[in-house]
Design a binder for this molecule. Sequence first.
Ligand SMILES: Cc1ncc(COP(=O)(O)O)c(C=O)c1O
Length: 299
Amino acid sequence: MSAQPGAYDEALGRAREHALAWLGSLGTRPVGPRADADTLAELFSGPLPESPTPAASVVDELAALAEPGLMAMPSGRFFGWVIGGTLPAALAADWLVSAWDQNAAMRFATPATAAAEEAAGAWVLDLLGLPSGSDVGFTTGATMANFVGLAAGRQWVLERVGWNVSRDGLSGSPRVRVFVGEERHAVMDLALRYLGLGEPIAVAADAQGRLDPRALAAAMQDGEGPAIVCLQAGNLHSGAFDPMTAAIRVAREHHAWVHVDGAFGLWAAASPTYRGLVAGVERGRLVGDRRAQDPQRAL
Ligand SMILES: Cc1ncc(COP(=O)(O)O)c(C=O)c1O
């Protein structure tokens, strides 16, 4: 149960002030944190308070304790990984969503969140040039997005050899061969482990981390059975893209499911300048099209 509406005023006001101070500091503050996690852990710890602390004081205390341990990731001077800053509308909407506090699992119970999600999903498909009927799911990040995509692939390739993984699990199932480039992101291995698919078969990549389609062909030739080919749109270190068209052609020849880790690189599809980097992905995505029952047509 929520507190009385007025009880939020001061705490939210203080959060707004701290947020604006933080955003205002991004242009000039040092990018790196001034204190390490162990030092901060000492400050954050201490005995669990015996009595309540006023809400606004909780916000003030949190802001003061966290301040030296924050990395200026949204700043234009942060060049680590591929993390972007938030946009004003997105940040404000995020606050609103927290205030609404919807358990958005069911369409009938929280229709506004369902509608917003569906609209956002349709826009993403439009931006990325994907078929309007594609399924869309929002995940916590690319690790879980890869997990979900690979789960769909696992289901499909096993179904094609007459194994119902939803009903029968993986015990006793045909082995699924999963091919990845040597320079795939480490979370691919993690997702495959979560899915009980074990270690992937690593295929040689060039100096920029692009999978070599000839090496893929040789590796796929060396064995048979259900197969998944994992491609990468955007290498975290070099920005390079796997050669989609050539690799997908190889996967087709072996009736494999094609999975694309598009963590950040798939956004190239939204840019007229860079969309050539993901050209051919549409041939892979048809592999996952539920409506294409005929594997030859699907591939
Ligand atoms: C290509 C690629 N795949 C997967 C990931 C993992 O993403 P996340 O941290 O959102 O789970 C990253 C992160 O940078 C990435 O660059």
